[in-house]
Structures are given as structure tokens and as C-alpha cells.
Write a new protein. Structure first.
Lengths: 290, 305
């Protein structure tokens, strides 16, 4: 009985594992192999590629564009996380207290951008970020007497970050809010009876108590940022020039625009190692037992 | 982890005593504080809402002759002409929507079936290497999709799946599997095993026990997983961009993107009419299944805790 059950369970699991293996695990391993070759997408090196040792990796070290892309990705990740953290935490702290008018509506609003597909986000923000004085943001700046800004041209990274604050701060908010609601009321009560002020309450009680939620959010968001492609590509296609060519776009361009699969895969390996390293650090910090 | 998964604020007593004390201590600083809070909240609400004005305005109204349709304008008259153009004219919205529906429904259905079976096995199974398999599935989620896209494309090309509907459906399905396996495993864990044992004693096969006993009880969880994966697949852009070159097979996001890239003097009224048609399911999720979306997101986030 038990053995046949186990066999059924494995049978149930097999199709999922097979698909994951063929279309996720093998590509990851294959990318490692390709990164040591001079394989191209088309042309003679598509079929007659050969192993070239670590030459792609050596090229990486000296490639100005790669360094730019890596640095940009780090800025993008740090900027996104900082902005969404501040916005999400502030909203969560406000919504966590009683007597805020329109609370359910605000909660809903914060989630609204999360259902909007990336290409549409890019489309509607292209009007917001319009360079001329007619762009919505520039009109708002004009209302308070400030000069127009050529958003995606002169402040490309800031523009992308702004859209990111808009679209995903709600996620930080709902996670942090869930964490805050899980803090037992007695703890906060006894702390304030002991004379803790609002700032102490936040920094010494609330934040430490929701640190697991914060770490979890950091992990998910960091991985998400490193993996970004859709929104940035749809908004700027990595431009102007390569001003928003984050690693995801850099890999795409290396492979599909310049046909350099070997080099693109070496970049992909760097991204993979960074992602795994970050996941490892966070899981150690969270002391997750697996 | 002691996190309440119920996101809807439960008006707990959190901070009340402290709150009341503070009111008594200093009513005036409290008023200033509330003012600051409301200014912040209103600014936040405007920040979220203002970007939505332009798409609706330009889709439903006629613009004055002299202005660009890319920017806000004072509308002259209401019109449905942009929608007519989107559906019957150059937009070809119905083809794009049909394609999007085919990809999304197929891959969500496939993922739900595969992950119900797999999640059940992970929840109930007592086979060797189970923990290792679950850890591997969790780890795979950390691998960025952009990092494996080049070899994935080569494999798809080798299997003659590039530029095919089946290829894209498989690709979109696989992307959801690791996450959904974990989520559904979590939901299946909440169904007591005694229920299936009773079913087996009555002569049910494991599959019947799953489909008729466990499956119906996990419907809320399943709904959450489905809403989440629908939302993700409906907006999928990267994989279609890589896989498809035949415009007749484009899903909506790719069609819109190609139009934006290709034309300099684009009619954004029509583009936004198409966007709004495309957003209808997203808005439906927002208005009717928001709870599921949140629950699914939370369950996914907590996976492995």
C-alpha cells in the first residue's frame, strides 16, 4: 500500500520536475558551458563554435559597457529598494494605526499598479515622463513654478526608478502591514507605559519585530530587480545610448542583437552568481532552516 | 514565522493605549501629525492615480487638432472612434487579445493541473530526497529568467518550438511551476490527511482522493494561485519577445510594444483604447479578486518559511 502510494506521488510530481529540468535546469547548465565557447546566434560560429577557455570572462573584466551595466544594475536595485522601502513602510505604519480615513481605499490603491502589465506601465508613464512641457510631470512642476525636465533623456535611471516606486511599493506595504499587525498589542503597550516615544517604538520594537518580513521582502525584491527586463526595456529599450542598459537588457542585446551567445552567457553567469550569492546571504541572515 | 497572513487590517488594539495617552498629552501636536499624515496619504493617492488619467482621457475623447495625443489635453467631445479603430481598424485588437487569451488560459490551466498533482505529492509524499527536491525547486526560483534566456532559446529552437504557440505556452507554464508547486503544496498541507484516508477506505484511488476530496477543499488557495499566475502570464513580455517573430501570433503586450517602436507618429488614442481592452481582465482581478491576489502573493512570499 505505502509503496504504491509513493509510486503514485512520484508519478504526480514527475511531469513538473521534468519540465523544470528541461527548460530551467538544463538552460542554466548549458549557459555555463556556452560561456566558455565562442558560440554565435547566427553565422558560422552558430554551428562551428569551439571552446575558448575563459576568454569571454577576460573580455568582461575589461569591457567598459559591462562595467557600466553592472554598476547601473546595482544603482537600479539599491534605488528601487530604498524608495519602495521608505514608501511601503510609511504607508504600512500609517495604515496600521486606527482612525485613518479611507483606509481600505488606500490599501486598494496601493495594490492597483501591481495588476498593470509592464508594457502598459511603460506606455502610460511615457506620457507622464514626456520631455516637453506637455508631459504630465512637467506640467505639475510648472504648476509650482519649476522648469521642465527631459525625464527619460537626462534622468533615465531616475525615471525608471519613479515608475518602480509607483508600481511595486504596494507589495512592500502589504507585507510590512501584515508584519505590523502580527505584533502583539501587549508588547507595544508595555513599551509605551515604560515611556518609549514614537521613534523608539519604531526603531527598537516595531522594526526588529518585523525584521523577518523585511528580510524576506529584501530577498524577493533584490532578486526581482536583478532579473528586471520588461518594464525598463519597454520604457527605454535600454537607452538613451546605454544609459538604462541593466544586466537583463545587456544579456538580451549581447545574444539577440550582437549574436554573441558565448559572451552573453558569461554575463548571464555573473548575474546568476550574484543572485545565488544574495539569496545565500539573506537566507543566512534569516536563519532559514531548510 | 509569526506573520498574520490576513492582510485586511484587523483593527487590532495595536498602539491604542499609547495613542490615547499621546492625545491627552498633546492634542495640538497630534493635530499637526494628522495633517502631515493626510497630506502624505493624499499625495500618495494622487501619485498612484494621476498616471491613469491620460490613457482614459485619450481613449474616450477627441483631441484638439493642434496637440499631440501623447500628452494630456482638454477634451472636445466624447468618442468611441478610438475603440472602433482598435477593433475594426488598424489596431487588430481582437487578434492580439485572442492570442493573449490562448497563451494565458492554456498555460494557467496547464500549470494548475501539473502543480495540483505535484503539490499534492510534495505535501503528502514520504519519498526519499523530498527535502532536497523542495530545496532545489526553491533555489531554481532564485535563478533570473534573463540569465537562462539564451540557452532556453537554443533549446526551443532545437525542439522546433520557436515561433510556435505550443512553444510559448510551454515556456510560460514552466516559468510558473516552481512558485506554484510551493504555493499549492502549502495550501494542500492545510487539508487534514484523515479526509483522504477515509476516502481510500471507501475504495477511492489516490487520484480520486485528490480530485474529489483534497482539490475542492483547496479551491480558495487554488483560486489565489490562479489569479496570481493569470496576472503574471497576461502581462508576459520577455518570453514572447524572444520566441515570436510572426505578428499573427503576437500577444497584446508584444503587439503594443512593436507598434510603439515602429511608428513615430502613433495615434495614442487608439493605442490606449487597445490598452484599456487589454486591461479589462486586470481590472476584473483588481475589483473582484484582489483578496486572492494578495493571498497568493503572501503565500508565495512565505514559501519555504
Amino acid at each position: 500500500m505505502l509503496r504504491s502510494q509513493t509510486r503514485t506521488h512520484l508519478l504526480f510530481l514527475a511531469p513538473s520536475l521534468l519540465l523544470i529540468f528541461v527548460f530551467m535546469v538544463i538552460p542554466a547548465l548549458f549557459a555555463l558551458y556556452i560561456s566558455f565557447t565562442n558560440m554565435a546566434l547566427t553565422g558560422i560560429n552558430a554551428l562551428n563554435y569551439r571552446l575558448i577557455g575563459g576568454r569571454n570572462y577576460i573580455k568582461l573584466l575589461t569591457d567598459e559597457n559591462f562595467r557600466h551595466s553592472l554598476w547601473l544594475t546595482l544603482q537600479y536595485t539599491a534605488g528601487t529598494i530604498a524608495g519602495q522601502f521608505v514608501l511601503g513602510l510609511t504607508m504600512a505604519l500609517i495604515l496600521n494605526r486606527r482612525k485613518v480615513f479611507g483606509q481600505p481605499l488606500l490599501l486598494a490603491l496601493a495594490i492597483l499598479p501591481m495588476v498593470i502589465p509592464a508594457v502598459i506601465q511603460a506606455l502610460i508613464w511615457s506620457s507622464m515622463l514626456g520631455a516637453a512641457e506637455f508631459g504630465t510631470l512637467n506640467r505639475i512642476l510648472g504648476l509650482v513654478g519649476l522648469a521642465s525636465v527631459a525625464w527619460t533623456r537626462t534622468l533615465p535611471l531616475t525615471s525608471v526608478l519613479l515608475v518602480n516606486f509607483w508600481n511595486n511599493s504596494g507589495f512592500a506595504m502589504i507585507l510590512f502591514l501584515a508584519g505590523l499587525e502580527g505584533i502583539p498589542a501587549e508588547i507595544l503597550e508595555s513599551a509605551s507605559i515604560d515611556g518609549a516615544n514614537g521613534r523608539q517604538l519604531l526603531l527598537q520594537i516595531k522594526l526588529p519585530l518585523i525584521r523577518y518580513v523585511i528580510l524576506l521582502w529584501l530577498l524577493l525584491n533584490t532578486i526581482g530587480c536583478l532579473n528586471t527586463f520588461d518594464l525598463v526595456y519597454a520604457l527605454t529599450t535600454g537607452g538613451p545610448g546605454n544609459a538604462t542598459e541593466i544586466l537583463g537588457i545587456y544579456i538580451y542585446n549581447s545574444g539577440f542583437r550582437y549574436s554573441e551567445l558565448g559572451y552573453g552567457s558569461a554575463v548571464a553567469m555573473v548575474l546568476l552568481v550574484i543572485s545565488l550569492g544574495i539569496a545565500y546571504i539573506y537566507t543566512r541572515l534569516m536563519r532559514v532552516e531548510l | 514565522m509569526s506573520v498574520q497572513s490576513n492582510v485586511q487590517p484587523t483593527r487590532s488594539n495595536t498602539g491604542n493605549t499609547q495613542w490615547d495617552q499621546r492625545i491627552r498629552r498633546n492634542a495640538r501636536s497630534h493635530r499637526i501629525e494628522m495633517l502631515v499624515i493626510y497630506v502624505f496619504l493624499i499625495a500618495f493617492a494622487l501619485f498612484i492615480l494621476i498616471p491613469f488619467i491620460w490613457p482614459f482621457l485619450s481613449a474616450f475623447t477627441n483631441k484638439p487638432e493642434t496637440v499631440s495625443s501623447l500628452y494630456l489635453y482638454w477634451p472636445k467631445t466624447l468618442t468611441l472612434e478610438h475603440f472602433n479603430e482598435a477593433i475594426n481598424g488598424r489596431g487588430d485588437a481582437l487578434t492580439l487579445l485572442r492570442n493573449s487569451l490562448i497563451y494565458t488560459i492554456s498555460s494557467v490551466a496547464l500549470a494548475v493541473v501539473l502543480c495540483s498533482l505535484g503539490g499534492y505529492a510534495l505535501s503528502r509524499g514520504r519519498f526519499r530526497y523530498k527535502r532536497a527536491i523542495m530545496f532545489a525547486i526553491l533555489l531554481i526560483q532564485v535563478i533570473p529568467g534573463t540569465a537562462t534566456i539564451l540557452p532556453l532559446y537554443l533549446i526551443m529552437r532545437q525542439l522546433h518550438l520557436v515561433d510556435t504557440i505550443a512553444g510559448l505556452v510551454i515556456g510560460l507554464t514552466v516559468g510558473q511551476l516552481p512558485f506554484m508547486l510551493w504555493v499549492l503544496k502549502g495550501f494542500m498541507d492545510t487539508v487534514p490527511p484523515e479526509l483522504e484516508e477515509a476516502a481510500w477506505i471507501d475504495g477511492a484511488t489516490p487520484f480520486q482522493a485528490l480530485s474529489q476530496v483534497v482539490f475542492p477543499l483547496t479551491l480558495p488557495g487554488l483560486g489565489a494561485a490562479m489569479v496570481l499566475s493569470f496576472n503574471g502570464t497576461w502581462g508576459a513580455f520577455f518570453l514572447p519577445l524572444i520566441m515570436l517573430s510572426d505578428a499573427d501570433k503576437f500577444p497584446m503586450p508584444l503587439g503594443l510594444f512593436r507598434a510603439i517602436i515602429a511608428y513615430t507618429n502613433l495615434d495614442f488614442g487608439m493605442m490606449n483604447a487597445m490598452s484599456i481592452l487589454y486591461l479589462l481582465p486586470s481590472f476584473a482581478i483588481f475589483f473582484f479578486a484582489r483578496r486572492y491576489l494578495i493571498r497568493g502573493t503572501m503565500a508565495g512570499a512565505m514559501a519555504g518559511q
